[in-house]
Each structure stands twice: as structure tokens, then as C-alpha cells.
Design a protein around this ligand. Sequence first.
Ligand SMILES: NC(=O)c1ccc[n+]([C@@H]2O[C@H](COP(=O)([O-])OP(=O)(O)OC[C@H]3O[C@@H](n4cnc5c(N)ncnc54)[C@H](O)[C@@H]3O)[C@@H](O)[C@H]2O)c1
Length: 424
Amino acid sequence: MATTHSLAGDVKDIALAERGKRKIEWANQQMPVLQLIRKRFIKEQPLRGTRLSACLHVTSETANLAITLRDGGAEVVLCASNPLSTQDEVAACLVKDYSIPTFAIKGEDHNTYYAHLDAALEHKPQITMDDGADLVTTLVTKRFHLVPGVIGGTEETTTGVIRLRAMAKDGTLKYPIISVNDALTKHLFDNRYGTGQSTIDGILRATNLLLAGTKMVVAGYGWCGRGIAMRAKGLGADVIVTEISPVRALEAVMDGFRVMPMAEAAKIGDIFVTVTGNKSVLAQEHFERMKDGAVLCNSGHFNVEIDIPALEKLSSGKKPARPFVDEYAMKDGRRLYLLGEGRLINLAAAEGHPAAVMDMSFANQALSAEYLLQHAAELGRQVYPVPEAIDRQIARLKLESMGIQADRLTPEQEHYLASWSEGT
Ligand SMILES: NC(=O)c1ccc[n+]([C@@H]2O[C@H](COP(=O)([O-])OP(=O)(O)OC[C@H]3O[C@@H](n4cnc5c(N)ncnc54)[C@H](O)[C@@H]3O)[C@@H](O)[C@H]2O)c1
């Protein structure tokens, strides 16, 4: 580990801090809702003395969340939620300029990734903040003695929420979790517009391919998939969607996309993007049918959506073609290109979601942490939604920051909507 001895944390190079600071400040300008929360937190100190361990993508937006939590009185420790998503300059700046212990190095190996999780848990958190549920699962499987000290936690992403709901169902979940992902001001915007734009950004930065006229296969038409398909279409790609849900498949058809099984799409696609939260969505039978030169990437949480071991078995070797692009030589002579080692391409090859969208996601995180401190005693070992009042407040503040006003119900309309006898 590249431990920085004088400062708490493990970052690539503390000398990168100055560059990180500029990046964090740039993101902050696009995060007006979080700024308002931070101002109030500084005054009211709602998180005073709370030990909070956060396992999130270490980006400039996350830095602004960590600073907001710290300014609200929390003792924050941060580690990476993905080995490839860390912005090393941001990690350095958090340690050097904000005294927030940060354990994250872009490209860290498996053991370092888990050593960093352990380091965050050494903090003995009262609140956990997860993106993918790695803190919670590590706590209940390896650090069980720390569980009684935890009041509650929050979860950022779809895959984490699915894991945590499974834990709640079989009794493994030991404290309440607020599902930030389920807030409307999170998934309607972050998953759709954030993942939509930044996934395309990651593909383009990695490959510099022209999307116009390209056959792009999007696997999964959920919140993220809709965003990716919409933005790819806008750039002129011929978008094909694959799905396992008949409702979502139908929605994709009516949104104007071709829908077909992956076994068919595999034969014609130029670029494949998986974003399902599932595993082996691209598997051996698909690699065998793909065209020479096909590009494969993933924007779902874990790097299991593309069956990389199967790809390796079919190939005689791999070599780097460009940064974040590996060329796999198939034994039959074709070449397939895997981007970002099959990890979240928007974070591996680009910068993740734009700050303006993370403003709402992280406003939900900050207000959910405050809510947990006030209400944890009333909550069970379940996954709870973000309270509607918080969701609405964030939407209102975001609109205000954009200088946009929406109409309000008149008293007459309020009465009409609340009454069953009206309209007869
Ligand atoms: N890249 C990012 O920055 C980012 C941001 C948010 C969420 N995520 C992750 O992206 C993934 C998807 O999130 P979401 O919010 O869109 O979830 P979602 O549940 O809204 O959508 C997932 C879709 O995939 C479909 N699906 C499942 N298995 C499939 C298969 N084998 N083939 C085709 N379709 C299949 C489901 O039917 C569903 O419609 C999750 O892992 C989530 O954690 C990534």
C-alpha cells in the first residue's frame, strides 16, 4: 500500500492535492442544493460527533458530500466502492486539505480494495454509507463485533439495494438502511440522465468511435439503460435493446428501439453496453457470434455482467489497444475489445456522473444521514425509502437553483383532489 505516513489515509500521491482541490471546487459550483445543506449543517451541527464510514466512488462530487458531512459535525472516513473509479487527485486533496481520511487508489488490486474497506471499518462507524453494499456485507460477515455500534446506514445504488433487501429477507441485515437509490430525486435523474450521459462519455473517451450509424446494443432497459439508449440515439446510433422483462421490453419498443434476444443482437452489434445489475449478460454463446472488432463494456455496478473468464477462455491472448481498451484475440482470428476491464465504464474511463445530477443524489445522502440520527430508534432491520418530504424538498430546491418555478395547487384544486364525491 502506498501509505502516506504523516496523514491518515492511503492515496496514490499526496502531491496531486492541488489539482484535486480545483476539481472539487469546480464540482461544488454545480451542486447548489448540497451547498444549501452544507450551510445549514455548519450552523446546526446535526451530525456532531457521529462516526461515519462511507464507501463511495471517490470523485470530486463525493468529496463535496464528504466535506458537507464533516462540516455537519460527522467524523468521516472514506474508501473506494470500486477499484477503478477513484480520482487520485481528489483522494489526495481530501486527505491533505480537508483532513478526511481517505483510502482509495485508482487501479488498486483486490487485496488493497478490501484492505481499504477494512480501514474504513476500523473507524467503528455509527453510520455506514454504501454504494453497492460492500461495507454492510463486510460488517456482517467479517466484522460482526462492530455491528452493535451501528445506528443505521444508507445505500446509493440499485445493486446495493437488491443485495440489502435480500439480506433483510433472510434476517442477515442487522440495522436499518435508507435506500437513497429509491428516492425519485435520485434514480429518475442520476440513473437516467447521469448514467446516460456519462456512459456515452466513457465509451467515447476510451475509444473515440463515431456513434452515428453504429449499431449499439443496450442490455437492460431500466433507469440506466433508458438513459444510455436515449443519449446514444441522440448521437445517431442505431440502438438495439435486450431485456428479460416483458414490460420493459414493450416500453423500449414503444420508445422506438428494436428489441431482440441477445443471441440475435450479438451477431449484429458494433458496441455492447450491459447495465442490468445481473451476471453473464454477455456470455460465451454471445462472444462466439460477435463480429470482428466488436466493442464490449459495462455500466452496471459489478464487473460480472460480461463473463470475462469465458472471454479469456475463447481467446489466445490480450493486449492493450489504448488506455482502458483491451484487445482480445479470439482463437478463430476475430478481435473483441473490452473497455475498462468490464467495470463501470463511466467511472473507469470518464469522470462518473456530472456534478449537477450528483447534487440531488448526495443531498439525499446528507439528509438521510441526518434523518437516521433522529429516527433510527423507530426503525427496524429493514430497507426504508427516503421520506417523501425529503425527496420533495430536494426537487423544490433544485428547481429554485435553476430559477424555475412550478405551479401550486389552488385550495379549490386541493379540495377536488382529496374528495371522492367531486366530479359526479
Ligand atoms: N454506472 C453508474 O454510474 C451507475 C449508476 C446507477 C446505477 N448503476 C447500476 O446499474 C445497474 C442497473 O441499474 P438500474 O437502476 O437501471 O436498474 P433497473 O432495475 O431499473 O434496470 C435493470 C434492468 O435490467 C433488466 N435485466 C436484468 N437481467 C437482464 C438480462 N439478463 N438481460 C437483459 N436485461 C436484463 C431488468 O429487467 C431491468 O429492466 C445496477 O447494477 C446499478 O447499481 C450504475
